[in-house]
Design a protein. Structure first.
Length: 277
């Protein structure tokens, strides 16, 4: 399939060469920019004085451009770490199910930062902090030269194909939406590509449409103006950080740190920086 050839180069760069860049640059950058001790990425079990954090590789949470590391989740984590003198160990990941398994089962991570929205079913499995920001899920499709799109509303998704990254909550939302509109939505779950990579596939015409978080969709549409993100798939959703269900002490501390952070001037600056106001 052409999609594999066109996207795999980017995937390899991000997840192989990019991971080493992310790892090394995070260590060097943070040592230069703040006093918070940052350890090398490893597979050691969570625990001790160091906060072992898994951060999703996505435009929203963790990304790199040249020698610069960014992402709203990453920036908030670093501010909290600096303000509270917390040593952190950053583990970049692209597979959310795998990261959640390392949080809940093997306890290798203390905290997972991702684009995952909070749902009632997920609250039964994991601990969630107070909200860090809000987002919604949208449909991403190609617009024609006049700005027209094949699907103009949720109701028009009946019988249509929609791609989504495997294990992401948008998959469940699409199935719920099918029940709401009383028709079938053909949901294709990709276990090889992230939301960002699926949106690239839409942009180059390899797949007809995909579902993702609004923030990621807007960021991708800025680079690929042929993408349309006007059809909402959900209401505004809370975005929180994820802990082990039983780790209540850490959860209480994180809530306190996040509440203090969101009241700061720096937080308002970050909201503007990432177009989240």
């Amino acid at each position: 399939m052409d999609l594999i050839d066109k996207i795999r180069a980017r995937q390899i760069l991000l997840l192989r060469a990019g991971l080493s860049v992310v790892v090394l640059t995070i260590i060097v950058f943070l040592v230069r920019q703040c006093s918070v001790p940052v350890s090398h990425i490893s597979d050691e079990r969570a625990g001790g004085d160091t906060l072992n954090v898994a951060v999703e590789l996505s435009p929203m949470t963790l990304s790199t451009a040249s020698d610069t590391i960014g992402g709203f989740g990453y920036d908030i984590l670093m501010k909290i770490a600096r303000d509270n003198g917390i040593p952190v160990k950053i583990n970049a990941f692209s597979s959310l199910p795998e990261a959640l398994a390392r949080l809940n089962n093997s306890r290798r991570y203390d905290l997972v930062i991702s684009d995952m929205p909070v749902t009632a079913s997920l609250r039964q499995k994991y601990g969630f902090t107070v909200p860090v920001y809000r987002d919604r899920q949208v449909l991403v499709q190609l617009a024609d030269s006049s700005g027209g799109v094949p699907v103009k509303s949720q109701q028009e998704l009946g019988g249509k194909e929609v791609w989504a990254a495997v294990g992401t909550p948008v998959v469940a939302r699409l199935h719920t939406l099918a029940s709401e509109i009383g028709d079938t939505i053909c949901v294709y779950e990709s276990d090889s590509y992230t939301e960002e990579q699926l949106l690239m596939a839409v942009a180059i015409g390899e797949i007809p449409r995909a579902a993702s978080g609004q923030f990621v969709a807007r960021r991708m549409a800025a680079d690929y103006p042929q993408l349309d993100t006007s059809v909402d798939l959900s209401f505004s959703q809370l975005k929180c950080w994820t802990t082990h269900k039983e780790d209540t002490l850490l959860l209480d501390s994180l809530n306190s740190w996040i509440n203090a952070c969101v009241k700061s001037r720096d937080f308002s600056i970050l909201l503007k920086k990432y177009d989240l106001e």
